[in-house]
Design a protein around this ligand. Structure first.
Ligand SMILES: [Zn+2]
Length: 396
């Protein structure tokens, strides 16, 4: 097994060759089926193929470029050669092979479209997005391989953060049967909504968030945006409606809207109701730690004694780093502790552990950071990053 593992990068390099061997096997079957056809394949073609199979791509390239006849039978070999070049980062050579194919008058419309698509992929891999986009548009006009061309265009728009274009093309893909893209288009609407919000256009931001929810009713991100928009529009009751929807859908994201939640209840003059709601939510969701905001609200609304009684009871029930930090914050209000140097150091250390605990983690690749990204910067997956808040808890 260890030997195998040490060879695996080489095995990867052999994949295109394996593909060619499989394809050649196909040809040999076709040979026996149709002897007349075999005679029409030129000796140059087999010479080029031979170079390819013996890993001499440099010698194979001029042979293939000068082949006069390219048809449906020999097209695959040209494409395989270009793929080898593209995978090894040799984009110029891949482009040369594909351009050469497109120029052949013997190629059918369908296969010309395939060559155009592959040429677009070369430019995409080389980072020349404008050229790639133009070629994919040509493929769509030709009427063959349109769905693939749209998928690659979607890659471009995501990399360039052109969300309105990404939305347009994803809608077409969904109309043509790609229903699994519904959660993805919801993310694009959310990106678009964020842009409107930053420009101060809350109305458009709200419209885009509604579109996101129409495609993906469970989109936490769209719900968070609707909370933010409704608070900005001073529609506090609507904001609370979405806060509760987030808490019910996935409570791990509740800390994201906590500050909006406090603002909304405060503006409505219902802080006591909020304390009861937070206590209830914490009890409902074992991974959710709301001791800190509850203690702060109790301090504000009912005074120090009520806060101390609550935190002591909660710490006995479910010890957690958040609870400990809140308890120490309360102790610090007393002269005895606030003037004690050792206590100050201890409180500082606990606070640092608590902050370190507030992190976000990608379920797909394990990427961890202190800020929430809806698209993972490491594996580029959407909606896979979740908050880890409250995990250092004796309950779990
Ligand atoms: Zn990731």
């Amino acid at each position: 097994m260890e030997i195998l593992l040490s060879y695996w990068p080489w095995m990867f390099l052999l994949l295109p060759v394996a593909y060619l061997l499989g394809w050649l096997k196909g040809i040999s079957f076709k040979k026996s089926d149709n002897p007349a056809r075999t005679n029409t394949l030129s000796s140059d073609y087999f010479k080029g193929l031979n170079y390819l199979l013996s890993d001499q791509q440099e010698r194979a390239l001029p042979v293939f470029l000068h082949l006069v006849q390219v048809d449906n039978e020999t097209l695959d070999t040209h494409l395989a050669l270009a793929t080898i070049y593209r995978r090894s980062g040799n984009y110029d050579k891949a482009i040369e092979v594909h351009q050469n194919l497109i120029a052949k008058p013997s190629l059918s419309a369908k296969y010309r479209s395939k060559a155009l698509l592959e040429l677009g992929r070369d430019y995409l891999a080389a980072g020349l997005f404008d050229r790639a986009e133009g070629l994919f548009n040509d493929v769509i006009k030709n009427g063959f391989y349109e769905q693939q061309a749209r998928q690659y265009m979607l890659d471009i728009y995501q990399q360039e953060k052109e969300w309105s274009e990404a939305i347009k093309i994803t809608r077409t893909l969904i109309q043509n049967g790609e229903s699994k893209l519904r959660t993805l288009i919801a993310q694009f609407y959310c990106e678009s909504s964020d842009q409107y919000f930053q420009k101060g256009d809350i109305k458009q931001a709200e419209a885009a968030a509604k579109d996101a929810l129409s495609y993906d009713a469970g989109s936490i991100r769209a719900m968070v945006i609707r909370v933010q928009n409704n608070v900005a529009l001073r529609k506090f009751k609507d904001a609370i409606k979405f806060i509760k929807r987030i808490e019910q859908t996935d409570a791990a994201y509740f800390p994201l809207v906590l500050s909006y939640c406090i603002t909304a209840y405060r503006e409505l003059g219902k802080l006591e109701e909020l304390i009861e709601y937070l206590k209830w939510a914490e009890h409902q969701h074992s991974h959710l730690s709301l001791m800190q905001p509850i203690v702060e609200l109790l301090l504000e609304v009912k005074g120090e004694e009520a806060a101390l009684i609550y935190i002591q009871k909660q710490l006995a029930l479910t010890p957690s780093i958040n609870g400990l930090a809140s308890f120490m914050m309360l102790m610090n209000k007393q002269e005895y502790f606030s003037s004690n140097n050792h206590f100050q150091k201890l409180q500082h250390a606990v606070e640092r552990i608590r902050q370190k605990n507030e992190q976000y983690h990608c379920n797909k690749c394990g990427y961890t950071s202190g800020t929430l990204n809806w698209q993972c910067p490491s594996c580029l997956a959407w909606g896979e990053i979740k908050p880890l808040t409250g995990v250092m808890n004796a309950k779990n």
